[in-house]
Design a protein around this ligand. Structure first.
Ligand SMILES: O=c1ccn([C@H]2C[C@H](O)[C@@H](COP(=O)(O)O)O2)c(=O)[nH]1
Ligand SMILES: [Zn+2]
Length: 163
């Protein structure tokens, strides 16, 4: 199987999301520069020093009892983890960016967003993101692919196993 660049970078975003402890929505993001070099990756997780085990992952109750007060979004983490200027870069993200990530994407100089799921399309947050991206000239598109699954085997074929 040979995959396209878009599928490859979205694959990295999808792989990254499995690091997230969010029990409901795991999100991964991968930023790529004009030379097709990966310059940042991220997933939705608690800030440094805020234990995944101690901070809440639920989404009900008081403000302080919900994950939303604390979690750093995948796209923002990818931006903050980036090693270089993001001017002209593309971001691959498994979920369409919320309005807060949208602002960070625009301000960082990223010029294109490639997403997979738009499951919150009907929300005010996503509508605001689309409005801001359009105004700021940040292009967005859904990943086009025929691939349903990308198998990754951690178990080596018999002939390649040790012992
Ligand atoms: O742009 C976004 C929007 C959301 N996320 C993260 C934040 C949360 O951990 C989940 C959303 O949780 P729900 O239970 O689906 O409300 O997704 C993100 O990383 N980037
Ligand atoms: Zn966000």
């Amino acid at each position: 199987m040979i995959i396209s660049w878009d599928e490859y970078f979205m694959g990295i975003a999808l792989f990254s999301k499995y690091r997230s402890k969010d029990p409901h929505t795991q999100v991964g993001a991968c930023i790529v520069n004009e030379d097709k070099h990966i310059v940042g990756v991220g997933y939705n997780g608690m800030p440094n020093g805020c234990s995944d085990a101690e901070f809440p992952w639920g989404s009900t109750g008081e403000f302080g009892d919900k994950k939303y007060a604390y979690v750093v979004h995948a796209e923002l983490n990818a931006i903050l983890n980036a090693s270089t200027s993001l001017k002209g870069c593309r971001i691959y993200t498994s979920l369409f960016p919320c309005n807060e990530c949208c602002k960070a994407i625009i301000q960082s100089g990223i010029k294109e967003v490639i997403y997979l799921s738009d499951k919150y399309a009907a929300t005010d947050s996503t509508r605001a993101s689309k409005r801001m991206f359009a105004a700021a000239g940040v292009h967005y598109r859904r990943l086009e692919t025929d691939i349903e699954e990308l198998p990754v085997n951690f178990v080596l074929p018999k002939g390649e196993r040790e012992g």
